[in-house]
Design a protein around this ligand. Sequence first.
Ligand code: ATP
Length: 376
Amino acid sequence: MTSESTDLEGARGTDRSDAVGTDAGLESGTVDDPATREREEPALAVEGLSKTFGSGDKAVAAVEDVSFSVAPGEVIGLLGPNGAGKTTTIKSILGLLLPDEGAVRIHGIDVYDRPRAAYDHVDAMLEGARNDYWRLTVRENLRYFAAIRGRNPNALADRHEELLERLDLADRADTPVRELSRGMKQKVSLASVLAGDVSVAFLDEPTLGLDVESSLTLRRELVRLADERGLTLVVSSHDMDVIEAVCDRVVIMNEGRVVVDDTVENLLAAFETQGYRLTVRGADESTLAALRERFDVTDVERLEDRTRFAVAADSETFYRLTDALEDHGLELVAVDTVQPDLEDAFVELTGGDGTGAGSDDRDPERGTDDIGGGTR
Ligand SMILES: Nc1ncnc2c1ncn2[C@@H]1O[C@H](COP(=O)(O)OP(=O)(O)OP(=O)(O)O)[C@@H](O)[C@H]1O
């Protein structure tokens, strides 16, 4: 895991230094005018991405025909159980892995045809943290990462101050990063990713290691950066609360394919009415058995003269259930709608365990197909 991360940082560093200076800079002022592109094109478009590792009996179709796109300023969660194909997808998008098929465009620029111009708009914080320069102060790190992207740090000074302020780093701006807590370092990593004023950022576990308050600050600021600056974010996290709090939309992968591409709101609404908790009076074992035969009754609790149980039902089934209760002479004491959260939806859709994005239990053989150079 760590070694993959190192590869990636190295590779991205190479790509950044390639992008510094001449052609990428010129292109961004002419052919790839960012303002025009941002109006006309998705910030990220992935089309028909497929990647199989190995061959013959050992072939693993890691990603099969994956397509999705992300509008400027949109925040999406890329989720899926272990082995779903998220890392392969992200590496293919970032040019660290060559897919067998498919296209990736950043603001309309094909990443495989014109990597430097495309990646000029992109940065990534993968595997939790990036290698900030621990001897440099927080502010110096921001200036450094802006400079190696080919930006003039002086021209971005105000932007850096704003980032420091927003991420609650301002009073530590002149502290060497090595003296900071893990959570603070995590915030510096995030600030460094944003220091080059990119328009598309990939964030893997952005709140890892943060205390509750810092995590809430970071969630709030990510949403604000997307709203106010049109920053496009692709976030992966095990923490569905983070995803629910920051993402407009989720792309859920399972077994190499996209199984859901929908807004968080729609996803939650689709699950919302699927569960009720009922409390009834007068239910004996035979009545419960009769109900069980017709309805998906679970979690039965006996409470003195009352019985409480859960039932999975859409609204129509729910009305049939209430009729059945009446037929059996039961008194309905209370009904609660079970409010599922994103984690419930995720588990239901993928059969997973809710630990969606990224894990450490990787095949040690992996990584052999990586390009490792970031450009092709
Ligand atoms: N370099 C490789 N060589 C062989 N198989 C690989 C390689 N990389 C990934 N795979 C396989 O491809 C499938 C998808 O893996 P991938 O890492 O993309 O999934 P993931 O969703 O990121 O999983 P996780 O959450 O565990 O990180 C898995 O079956 C994995 O074992």
